[in-house]
Design a protein around this ligand. Structure first.
Ligand SMILES: [Zn+2]
Length: 218
């Protein structure tokens, strides 16, 4: 039963992708996919040792593959488990700062970019779960709101979160010049959601919803 639902969801996702890819205009923006963290900076860690950067990368690679399938050529900030810091950075802190600055430079060098930055959440209380989307400006707000709504409708009806303006202090989101959405895909500290986030089929569903939302928006 669950497998049939999953197959139907994936089939629906692919149908949406085909329809909207065919409807797109030629002057579409360039999708930049940023799998958060990488290399020595694994980001958040679940209570069972799952490293955020790996899940970010798995979802991002699936998103890239889906976009390529429909003739898009997204830019990936990283497609392996690396940090993109300068060689002269020594300490972990220096490497994290340098990595973020290099990500911003790369993103700001791309004309007509639209950034989606993939991350996972954690919280001290394991009851909390649910994907949450954040936008950096009015231009990316509709995409974040639509994505949040589609995640709720197609993946997690219990998720009552609303897309929000990114809080102060998120360096990457504050320094990029393009419209950007921070996609927190779920909580590593909630066991039910963690098990979903570990699963390649759930990662694919998240990627399919992001891809179809992008294709309908740009
Ligand atoms: Zn993160």
């Amino acid at each position: 039963m669950l497998n049939r639902i999953a197959l139907n969801l994936i089939a629906l996702g692919f149908t949406l992708l085909v329809v909207f890819a065919l409807c797109r205009e030629a002057n579409a923006t360039v999708l930049v996919i940023d799998p958060g963290h990488g290399g020595e900076d694994g980001g958040a860690v679940s209570p069972y040792g799952d490293v955020e950067s790996n899940i970010n990368l798995e979802i991002s690679i699936k998103l890239k593959c889906l976009m390529c399938l429909f003739g898009d050529a997204p830019v990936m900030i990283r497609d392996t488990d690396i940090s993109i810091h300068d060689p002269k950075a020594n300490t972990l802190r220096e490497k994290k700062v340098s990595d973020l600055k290099n990500r911003v430079s790369l993103i700001n060098s791309i004309e007509d970019a639209f950034l989606i930055s993939i991350h996972q959440n954690t919280f001290t209380d394991s009851r909390y779960s649910g994907a949450h989307k954040f936008y950096n400006c009015d231009e990316s707000r509709p995409f974040a709101e639509l994505l949040q709504k589609r995640i709720r409708n197609h993946l997690d009806p219990t998720n009552t979160r609303e897309a929000k303006k990114v809080p102060k202090g998120v360096y990457l989101m504050e320094h990029v010049n393009c419209p950007a959405v921070l996609a927190e895909c779920g909580f590593l500290t909630n066991l039910r959601e963690l098990e979903q986030l570990r699963s390649p089929s759930y990662q694919l569903k998240i990627a399919a919803i992001i891809a179809s939302t992008y294709l309908t928006s740009y």
